[in-house]
Write a protein that binds this ligand. Structure first.
Ligand code: ATP
Ligand code: MG
Length: 427
């Protein structure tokens, strides 16, 4: 393989794709602010223990997917596969537990050694939120409402379905665990090696298996919902009522579990059937045990993460960019080119987006202006230079006029804002 190829499972985000990508992130960031989630960032790598301890030693992420290496001092370092553990680590190391609730939004790259396919990469990006310090289901409702808000704002209202389930409290899960192990032990021969391995250590994890044989067995397994104690049932009812109050449609999926150890009560996913097997675009749940598990004070938490690449792929069309001004020096006269550079800089300082092709004839420069969907061409030739003026051409209508340099900014502003009206009126 040529060393000029990007590493398998990574890819370059070229400008067209970046527009969709940035739209997803910007929309998420703006919505998060509406709900009072402040953006923060943690390092892209942490000591391996941050993930190994918290994600659980039977999770897919820890057993198969982590990018772990020793640094030059022999410290074991891991590129973050997700950001919940990092945020919880930062919450503890920065002593943030006195000011609750703590509400964080993040966006950034994550790294997992997975088999690359559509919607599944080794470096991918997530946006996500974490809400720490609130034990009531209202917090779950709020983070889910924020998720839905973002998806709706991206135009995905009908394309994505909210699925919810409850994993109950530890007592309920313990009761269920016994029943599940009993059931699965009777079907041992049909389970994958991975699942047989997990039977004693973490049988609930088997419910999240993607193996077809496992899935067939799981379809007949007892459901956690039948083992919920009163407190867990009440929590789940409150969650559902809260969602209904806000008009947030959902379906209950009793088979939905999260792949990680620290989840309890609420589990949810926003899914689509437009992306094949990679149908989950946003996933989250409640993790009341995580902060304590990491050595911090007992702190309830709930949050979600969404795959930016998967959401970008769902966008019908990337949002339109602003339309620049094309600066077009007529000919290759160095004096004119110099003037055009100076004028471009003046316009950018005034807030206009200006693109200048550095060389070529008028035709070539016009072609570039069209490709960038410039709205206006500022044409500067010898005549204009002597008259301390430029020719402005409206590239939609083809109309053009000579405008004195003194009036350039105001005229351009009028042309760019007032796209439908006669911008040259009054000149
Ligand atoms: P999956 O079941 O698809 O492997 P997961 O349960 O591992 O997902 P989470 O850890 O919950 O995923 O991550 C949240 C979201 O991040 C996913 O719903 C998905 O949109 C995105 N995501 C996860 N892994 C990848 C990946 N390798 N490439 C692209 N996006 C990903
Ligand atoms: Mg995964």
């Amino acid at each position: 393989m040529s060393s000029l190829q990007p590493v398998r499972g990574t890819h370059d985000i070229l400008p067209d794709e970046m527009r969709a990508f940035r739209h997803v992130v910007d929309t998420s960031r703006m919505a998060a602010a509406l709900y009072g989630f402040a953006e923060m960032a943690t390092p892209a790598f942490e000591f391996s223990g941050v993930f190994a301890r918290t994600l659980g030693d039977t999770s897919d992420i820890v057993t198969k997917e982590m990018y772990t290496f020793s640094d030059r001092k022999g410290e074991s370092i891991t590129l973050r596969p997700e950001n919940t553990a990092g945020i919880a680590r930062a919450f503890i190391s920065n002593g943030l537990s006195n000011d609750l609730p703590f509400k964080a939004f993040y966006a950034g790259p994550m790294f997992r050694y997975e088999r690359p396919q559509k919607g599944r990469q080794r470096q991918f990006h997530q946006v996500g939120v974490e809400l720490l310090g609130v034990a009531e289901p209202q917090a779950d409702v709020e983070v889910i409402a924020l998720g839905r808000h973002i998806l709706d704002a991206l135009g995905l209202k009908g394309a994505v379905t909210l699925e919810i389930n409850t994993l109950g409290d530890p007592e309920s899960r313990e009761a269920y665990r016994g029943a599940l192990v009993k059931f699965l032990s009777g079907r041992l021969a049909e389970l994958s090696a991975d699942s047989r391995d997990r039977l004693e250590r973490n049988p609930l994890r088997i419910l999240d298996s993607k193996d077809e044989g496992d899935r067939a067995v799981i379809a007949g397994a007892p459901l956690l919902g039948e083992y919920l104690n009163a407190a867990s049932k009440a929590f789940y009812e409150e969650l559902k009522n809260g969602l209904l109050d806000l008009g947030l449609d959902f379906i209950e999926n009793p088979h939905l579990v999260r792949g990680l150890d620290y989840y309890g009560h609420t589990a949810f996913e926003f899914t689509t059937d437009a992306l094949g097997a990679q149908g989950t675009v946003m996933a989250g749940g409640r993790y009341d045990g995580l902060v304590k598990l990491m050595g911090g004070p007992q702190t309830p938490g709930v949050g979600w993460a969404a795959g930016v690449e998967r959401l970008s792929m769902l966008l019908a069309e990337p949002p339109a960019e602003g339309r620049p001004v094309a600066m077009i020096p007529a000919g290759n006269d160095p004096v004119i080119k110099r003037e055009a550079m100076i004028l471009s800089e003046r316009l950018r300082r005034a807030g206009f987006a200006v693109d200048m092709a550095f060389s070529g004839n008028m035709g070539k420069r016009m072609k570039r202006a069209n490709k960038l969907s410039a709205k206006v061409a500022v044409i500067l030739g010898e005549d204009e230079r002597l008259a301390r003026a430029v020719t402005l051409r409206d590239l939609d209508s083809g109309e053009q006029a000579t405008v004195s340099l003194d009036r350039l900014e105001e005229t351009l502003a009028r042309m760019l804002v007032n796209l439908s009206e006669d911008a040259f009126g009054g000149i």
